[in-house]
Design a protein around this ligand. Structure first.
Ligand SMILES: C[S@@+](CC[C@H](N)C(=O)[O-])C[C@H]1O[C@@H](n2cnc3c(N)ncnc32)[C@H](O)[C@@H]1O
Length: 258
């Protein structure tokens, strides 16, 4: 196990499975969850067709056969995950943003209603097309929900379609633009809040939390992710430089938080 805590204690990341990591957190301790799980459903479905997303996906067990370990997204496992999210998230003020691909949106997203008040399905328009065997994928979904009803975001003037360019030639597989997480955090958190991402990947959500002057706690099952995140967080905290995303992904620099 490799763990990382920044010298100013604002960022903590551990190598662990998302559900066991959440089980170790105290109840009502997190202001905001922003997360992008590694769903297995989409890949397993594509494997049955002629598609594969990246690398030699179908040759399981081989070295480099998959990009990273996936979260077993059976409904049963997903319920355990959501139950823990609800337990750690502050009651009546906590918000949660969960990213979905088009497969998991139809299979797993409806389950979220049993745990949280679902308020929006946000569309992230990645501006440029990616892969796909029919219509090529240019967007992903972000479900926004609250832990208790009757809560607000920072403003009523934010749209539910966000345009941020996908990261081209990412250093980490499926690295998301920092701006996607900045939008979530800006809308739902205040300075000093604790933001949690239990599938932290390359750490884009860490940089977004720091830019919003929030504390961060998260985990990933992969040792590589913790190494990448530690270096990225250190560089940002010490030099104010994001080593994995040099340019803004906002189209024409337009964001709704400035
Ligand atoms: C889609 S990526 C996250 C990418 C991240 N949002 C970024 O911008 O870099 C999903 C991550 O989940 C991790 N993962 C897979 N199974 C996991 C599990 N059971 N618990 C925690 N992390 C897991 C993978 O190692 C991968 O880094």
């Amino acid at each position: 196990m490799v763990d990382y805590t920044s010298s100013d204690n604002s960022v903590k990341i551990v190598q662990n499975d998302a559900i066991s990591f959440l089980r170790n957190l105290p109840p009502d301790s997190i202001d905001l969850i922003v997360t992008d799980p590694a769903y297995s459903g989409m890949n397993n479905k594509l494997k049955l067709g002629k598609g594969r997303i990246v690398g030699k996906y179908s040759e399981k067990g081989e070295e480099n056969a998959k990009w990273f370990t996936e979260f077993e997204d059976t409904e049963e496992n997903y319920k355990l995950f959501l139950e823990e999210c609800r337990r750690v998230l502050k009651k009546s003020t906590g918000h949660i943003y969960i990213m979905f691909d088009s497969f998991s949106l139809l299979t797993l997203a409806p389950v979220v209603r049993n745990y949280f008040d679902v308020k929006n399905i946000i569309t992230w328009d990645k501006v440029n097309m990616g892969m796909g065997h029919y219509f090529r994928r240019r967007h992903e979904y972000i479900l926004f929900a609250t832990n208790g009803n009757n809560q607000h975001i920072r403003s009523r003037s934010f749209p539910d379609v966000w345009r941020f360019k996908r990261i081209h030639k990412a250093a980490y597989p499926t690295q998301k633009p920092v701006e996607v997480f900045q939008a979530m955090i800006y809308a739902s958190a205040s300075e000093g809040d604790t933001v949690c991402d239990p599938f932290v990947g390359s750490g884009s959500s860490i940089i977004a939390a720091l830019k919003n002057k929030c504390k961060f706690i998260g985990c990933d099952i992969s040792e590589k992710s913790i190494e990448v995140c530690s270096e990225r967080a250190d560089n940002f905290l010490l030099n104010n430089v994001d080593i994995l995303q040099k340019k803004s992904s906002a189209v024409d620099g337009i964001v709704f938080w400035e």
